[in-house]
Design a protein around this ligand. Structure first.
Ligand code: ATP
Ligand code: MG
Length: 240
């Protein structure tokens, strides 16, 4: 099958670098500082695990890493591209080309069935419609949903929806996959299968994964551990 992967981007030994990054949310007049002066690097070609209590800023951090949101202050470089100053449309292009995102609540499109939810992320790739469909079906097959291609999200269980979200994040074979609790709704066998799939992608394509998780059993080297507490990185450690 023709590869959907865009050219590997960036040459440094890390996929992301943060420097003095802060992010706050405003609700009415109340401003809440979700990340405070965060600095660090995410190594390339391995898996980094983000740990921290509920509300500590993990999803906020992943949204910056996935170029879904921008910081209020500080600089972020992803795949050698300074992303803070990208226009919204340039950021969307950058995301489509280089980043796969598994959202905490999946964010599937309710009116599209499983295979349509996966194939639309390939729209801007140099693939025919049939090639997009084949590739999306192959990835749904890999996550064990080959029989359910035509089901809409509302007709799938939580774990099945999560697997569609995994297939959608991986189908474009991006350089960086950002995953917010990617196995939270899966049984241990399916978790193992998904982790094995990601690992084989990592070996084959040198994909970098960043997982936000509560599941310590997921952690294996090489990679790094990042602990976030109250919007600050309290601990970073390389795993070999
Ligand atoms: N859109 C928003 N508007 C206002 N406050 C927000 C918004 N998103 C997040 N927050 C607040 O920012 C803080 C960090 O939220 P975040 O979602 O990053 O936490 P988290 O570590 O991912 O938590 P969990 O483990 O529960 O998913 C929380 O206190 C949250 O209430
Ligand atoms: Mg979260």
């Amino acid at each position: 099958m023709k590869s959907a992967a865009p050219q590997t981007r960036g040459t440094t030994d890390h996929v992301a670098e943060f420097s003095g990054v802060s992010k706050s949310y405003k609700t009415g007049r109340v401003k809440f500082q979700a990340l405070r002066d965060v600095s660090g690097r995410i190594p390339r070609g391995c898996t980094s695990y983000i740990f921290g209590p509920s509300g500590s800023g993990k999803t906020t951090f992943l949204n910056l890493l996935g170029v879904i949101d921008r910081p209020d202050a500080g600089d972020i470089t992803i795949l050698d591209t300074p992303v803070r100053t990208l226009s919204d449309s340039a950021a969307a292009d950058f995301r489509m080309q280089h980043i796969g995102y598994i959202f905490q609540n999946f964010n599937l499109i309710p009116v599209l069935n499983a295979v349509e939810n996966v194939e639309y992320v390939l729209l801007r790739r140099d693939l025919t419609r049939a090639e997009r469909r084949d590739r999306a079906s192959a990835y749904l097959e890999k996550v064990g949903l080959g029989e359910l291609l035509k089901r809409r999200p509302g007709e799938l269980s939580g774990g099945q929806r999560q697997r569609v979200a995994v297939a959608r994040a991986l189908v474009g074979e991006p350089s960086l996959v950002v995953a917010d609790e990617p196995t939270a709704n899966l049984d241990s066998r399916t978790t193992r299968e998904i982790v094995d799939l990601m690992r084989s992608m990592q070996e084959e394509l040198k994909t970098t994964f960043v997982f936000c998780t509560h599941d310590v059993d997921l952690v294996t080297g090489p990679g790094s551990l990042v602990h976030i507490v109250d919007g600050q990185i309290t601990h970073m450690e390389r795993l070999s």
